[in-house]
Design a protein around this ligand. Structure first.
Ligand code: AP5
Ligand code: MG
Length: 233
């Protein structure tokens, strides 16, 4: 039996990776796995590892590859134990972000007998990204994402899902945003060619209303996943 079918979402900061992944993953029997969310969870602890991650995260720098891979693999192993055959694979949001991470991912997926079914590329112009990031609010309790104008909560400052108090992310400062976008251009965008050579990339115009992007993504991914022999498809 074939292993898991994973999908990768690539796009600059603010392109809607987290927003879209949270919506489409359950509808496709994928589990949303975001390395940024895993780090935000880890940083709520008061220990040496949390302090180390924070020293990169808050200034918008990449966390070292070896540590990031360890955190990702721990989550994938946990999913295997918890979900059994209930899910097809992971919807990877924020991993890989450089060539070394992409090569490491290929190695570990081969060892597991898993495949990458598709790589979604969310295309959004830079000026729109800045506007989105500066109005973003997140729920630190359940991880839900909002925007003060484009996707406001029903009650200002309160999470619709869990009632938690919404806040800005510590890396949504102008300095950290600039650094994250620069790192994206230099290290992450070149991965698109790496995956285009394998005919995996689906370009999606992310500069449209959230529901419209979700609908396009679902159609594109349903068809890709239908052609992959994944476990529990
Ligand atoms: P991570 O959490 O992955 O953040 P990021 O890459 O900076 O991306 P964002 O989460 O900012 O953007 P998004 O595309 O998810 O946008 P969203 O959906 O929220 O990583 C954070 C940090 O963790 C990194 O800087 C690094 O330190 C570390 N890290 C993580 N992975 C790592 C790795 N692999 N290696 C090393 N370090 C790693 O949307 C943004 C806003 O826009 C929201 O307010 C939303 O409501 C709104 N919005 C979304 N879509 C639309 C739309 N269509 N129209 C209008 N508004 C919209
Ligand atoms: Mg995100």
């Amino acid at each position: 039996m074939a292993g898991r079918c994973h999908v990768i979402v690539i796009g600059p900061q603010g392109s809607g990776k987290g927003t879209q992944a949270a919506r489409v993953a359950p509808l496709l029997r994928l589990v949303h796995v975001a390395t940024g969310d895993l780090f935000r969870q880890l940083m709520t602890r008061d220990d040496e590892l949390a302090r180390e991650v924070r020293s990169y995260y808050d200034r918008g720098a990449l966390v070292p590859d070896e540590l990031t891979l360890r955190v990702l693999l721990a989550r994938l192993d946990e999913l295997e134990r918890e979900q059994g055959d209930q899910y097809r694979g992971a919807l990877l949001d924020g991993y890989p972000r450089n060539l070394a991470q992409a090569e490491a991912l290929d190695r570990v997926l081969t060892e597991r007998g898993d495949v990458i079914a598709a790589v979604v590329h969310l295309v959004v112009p830079r000026e729109v990204l800045i506007e989105r990031l500066s109005g973003r609010l997140i729920c630190p309790t359940c991880g839900a994402t909002y925007h003060v104008r484009f996707s406001p909560p029903r009650v200002a400052g309160i999470c619709d899902h869990c009632g938690g108090a919404l806040m800005q992310r510590s890396d949504d400062t102008p300095e950290a945003i600039a650094r994250r976008l620069e790192t994206y251009e230099q290290q992450t965008a070149p991965l698109l060619d790496y995956y285009r050579a394998r005919d995996l990339v689906i370009d999606i115009d992310g500069n449209r209303p959230i529901d419209v992007v979700t609908r396009d993504l679902l159609v594109a991914l349903e068809s890709r996943l239908a052609h992959n022999p994944c476990r529990s498809s």
